[in-house]
Write a protein that binds this ligand. Structure first.
Ligand code: G16
Length: 552
């Protein structure tokens, strides 16, 4: 069927989804994200953009995910996924913003036409989109708007139903680059192929090593709960003794529970366990976020102190294990780590000085980390908030999968590396794949969380949110570590930081929430808290703070 764009049809359909006049939309850190009631017109238009992108890329399948991940339940959001399963190319983020802000239906048509002409898009190309949503109550209505957009541009759409964000990324990649899927609905296949792949890879990576104690998983009352349950069933179908997960905060049906007092963001920011979990010494636990693309681990040590094993610790564990395997295997492969400004100073020092691995720092957002990580043979990237993965370049994969004539020890290391390449979801950070990856390394090492944690000691750190009138006035440089605007504010922050031993602080506007984030670290928790709230107070006073002034 020829799929020429019918502009009258788009205009007619668009009349049902008028743009809200007062809102200026921005494609941010992870797509459009805000209160769900403002999103219908945006999501209708994202359906159209997905069709254009697919036509532009020679009919490759484009993914669209409706989620607001770690945000409160009342928010929602949408992002596009490129055919390789990676985030949308940045130039097209600009098109997304232009489309979302087109005021009238005529403006919308004009923007579509300009995208078509700038990109030399052949309107008659076939195009297809797959889409999914998380468990938010606003999801079905937004899916309906998306479907109208997809229909208006006359494109094939495959509804995957409720999925985790990484499942959507993986399935998009699978449809474009793997064998044609067997018969069956996409909704079922997207689960089956995902579970099968990661369950088998986990067994390979674990080998005959004994499993560890059970791990409590706080699923943030989100999509991770049913998906992890099913994944664990697949794993234990192969060998019943290898993974013991106890899932808590798994209520996806009661309103108001998603990410509320639980989940990876709550635990990382508050540095405390989620609601509903009391840990005894050495009991192991982890928290996912609302769409299961991040994970942080934690436990309580023998002094009853809460210990967080965040994205920095995951990066250290993964890089340490991979470097050791690469050395043993004798393969000529380089390893690098990518972090953001939120990486703890101690983790940076550990990676550079102890593991002697190059470390790059980029702005917040998986898209930045992912691209930087592609510069290494093996690029390990994790944001401190638990979002990340490991990328194996085609060169590394080739060496790992075709190595010949090796000693038994080298052979073993290569087999392990092979398994790891399959176990990690290389399309995007994935809480479930990361959980299996971490667990496999710990099983291989037979380490407790305490042993994992002992690699280095975090500098005390604190994250504070400040609500301001307009967060767009905050402009940063130097991988978000320095404020350029509002003018003069950085100098004032520097003066405060200089008063504290090992002090460091930076300020940046969030790309997913309507807040400015303040990060601080210092040699003691007291100093660090003091510094964080002094900087937050400064931001509040000098840059239009609203609501309450931040206080401890
Ligand atoms: C998203 C992004 C992450 C980012 C986080 C917070 O995560 O994918 O890369 O770290 O937002 O971003 P910001 O500080 O700009 O609000 P998620 O899990 O919410 O999709």
């Amino acid at each position: 069927m020829a799929q020429t764009i019918d502009y009258d049809k788009i205009k007619e359909a668009s009349a049902k989804y008028p743009k809200l006049k007062e809102i200026n939309y921005t494609y941010g850190t992870a797509g459009f994200r805000m209160k769900a009631e403002y999103l219908e017109s945006v999501i209708f238009r994202v359906g159209i953009l997905g069709g254009l992108r697919s036509k532009k890329l020679n009919s490759k399948v484009i993914g669209i995910m409706i989620t607001a991940s770690h945000n409160p339940e009342a928010d929602n959001g949408v992002k596009l996924v490129d055919p390789s399963g990676e985030m949308l190319e940045q130039q097209w983020e600009g098109y997304a913003t232009q489309l979302a802000n087109a005021q009238s239906d005529d403006d919308l048509i004009a923007v579509i036409k300009s995208i078509v002409s700038e990109n030399g898009i052949d309107e008659s190309k076939e195009a297809s989109i797959v889409y999914a949503r998380d468990t938010r109550p606003s999801g079905p209505k937004l899916v309906a708007a998306l479907e109208e957009g997809i229909k208006a541009i006359n494109v094939a759409g495959g509804n995957l139903g409720i999925k985790s964000t990484p499942q959507l990324h993986y399935f998009t990649y699978y449809l474009n680059y793997c064998e044609k899927p067997a018969e069956g609905s996409y909704e079922e296949l997207a689960d089956k192929l995902y579970y099968e792949k990661f369950a088998e890879a986990f067994h390979k990576a674990v080998g005959d090593n004994p499993c560890l104690s059970p791990i409590y998983i706080d699923a943030a009352n989100g999509v991770g709960a049913p998906k992890l349950k099913e994944l664990a069933e697949w794993i234990n179908k192969i060998n019943n003794n290898v993974l013991k997960v106890i899932i808590i905060n798994d209520d996806i049906n009661s309103q108001g529970k998603l990410n509320f007092q639980c989940g990876a963001d709550y635990v990382k920011t508050g540095q405390k366990p989620p609601f509903g979990l009391t840990l005894t010494t050495e009991q192991r636990a982890a928290s996912l976020d609302g769409d299961a693309d991040r994970i942080v681990f934690y436990y309580v040590d023998e002094n009853r102190t809460f210990r967080l094993l965040d994205g920095d610790k995951i990066a250290a564990l993964a890089a340490g294990f991979i470097i050791e395997l690469v050395k043993t295997s004798g393969l000529d492969i380089n390893v690098g780590v990518v972090q953001t400004a939120y990486a703890n100073g101690s983790s940076h020092a550990y990676l550079e000085k102890e593991l002697k691995v190059p470390v790059a720092c980029v702005p917040t957002g998986v898209k930045y980390l992912h691209h930087k990580a592609q510069e290494y043979d093996v690029g390990v990237y994790f944001e401190a908030n638990g979002h990340g993965t490991v990328l194996f370049s085609p060169n590394a994969l080739n060496k790992i999968h075709s190595a010949e004539k090796r000693t038994a020890e080298q052979e073993k290391a290569i087999k392990k590396l092979q398994a790891l390449t399959e176990l990690i979801n290389q399309t995007v950070g994935d809480a479930l794949s990361d959980l299996l990856f971490v667990e496999a390394i710990l099983i291989n090492r037979q380490w407790t969380f305490n042993q994992w944690n002992s690699a280095y000691t975090d500098l005390p750190n604190r994250l504070v949110k400040v609500v301001v009138e307009n967060r767009q006035i905050f402009k940063t440089t130097n991988a978000e570590r320095t404020l350029v605007e509002p003018k003069g504010l950085q100098e004032k922050i520097d003066k405060l930081v200089a008063q504290y031993k090992d002090g460091r602080s930076f300020v940046r506007p969030s790309g997913t929430e309507d807040v400015v984030r303040v990060y601080a670290e210092a040699s003691t928790q007291k100093d660090c808290d003091e510094l964080a709230f002094k900087v937050a107070g400064l931001v509040y006073d000098e840059a239009g703070g609203t609501g309450g002034r931040p206080s401890e």
